[in-house]
Write a protein that binds this ligand. Sequence first.
Ligand code: MTE
Length: 311
Amino acid sequence: MPLYRPSSVPASEITPEACYLDRRTFLAAAAGAVATASPAFSAPLSVTAGNPIANEKLTPEKDVTGYNNFYEFGMGKEDPKANSGDFKPDPWSLTIDGLVTRPKTFGLEDLLAFPLEERIYRMRCVEAWSMVIPWDGFPLAALLDKVEPLGDAKYVAFETIVRKAEMPGQSGFFQPLPWPYVEGLRLDEARHPLTLLAVGLYGKTLPNQNGAPIRLVVPWKYGFKGIKSIVRITLTDRKPPSTWNLAAPDEYGFYANVNPKVDHPRWSQATENRIGEGGFFGANRRPTLPFNGYADEVAGLYAGMDLKADF
Ligand code: MTE
C-alpha cells in the first residue's frame, strides 16, 4: 500500500472518517495561520492530508520543531530551535544551474507559486529514531522540469546557505562540519514523485529550525539527506559530495537508504524509537522497515545494486 497518495484521491476515501474530519478542521485553521504567518506564503494548500500510514500517529508538532539536527545552529538536538531566531528566510533566492537548458534563479514568491500538497511521511533518522510528519511542499521534479535537465545530467547536487552572522554554528570556535552543507541525489531519485521540496509543516510556514524557507524531503532515506535552507541546485554528470559522507565516509554513504540489514558501524539499524510516543525500556521501539516502508515505490530504483556496498 502506498504511504502517500496523489492529490486527486479524496482524503475521505482513504482515511477513517473521524481522523479525516479532525485533519480537515485542523488544516482549515492552519491554512488561516499560514496566511497570517507569512504574506509570501499565500498559495492555497491543497488538502491531501490524512493518510494513516498504517494507523501511525502524527508526531506532535513540538517534537518535530523542537528536536532535530541543523548543525548551522549548533550540535545539540534543541539547538536549532533555540538558536535560529535571528535567521531571515525572506527574501530568498534559489539558483538552479549546471547541465540544464534554462538555468534560473527563483525568488521565494516563485517557489511558493508551485501548487502545494500535504504529504504525511514517515521519517527515519540515522540515529535510530523516527517521526511521522505532515509536510507541505511540491515535487522536486516540478522544479527540475522548469529548467529542463540535459541528457548528460545524471546527478543533482544541493547546497545550503552560508550566513555566519545568523547561523551561530557556522561562526563558533569549533566547526563540526565544513560549510556549506551539501547533499546529492541521483537524477532518477530526485525525479521520483515521493521526493519533495518542503516549504511548510503542520500546515504552517516552515520554521527556521526545520530548514526555512525550502528544504529537501526524501522519505526512504535517512534524515541527513534532507538538506535544509537550500540556495543552489546543480545538475551534474558526477556523483556529488555529501557532507556526512565527507565527514565520516565509513559511517554515512552516498545512498543512505534506510536499511535495517545494514547496521551503522556503531549501532544497529534494526529497530527505531518513535519520538513523542513516550514509553520506557524500549517499549516504543518498533522494527525499521526496508526503505523506511516505501519499498513498493522505490526499491526498483536500486534493482541489481549491492546495497551493502552502496550503503
Ligand atoms: N541540513 C543542513 N543544512 N544542516 C544540517 O546539519 N542535518 C540533517 C538534515 N539536514 C542538517 C541538514 C540531519 S542529520 C537530519 S536528521 C535532518 O536534517 C533533521 O532535521 P528535520 O527533523 O527537520 O528533518
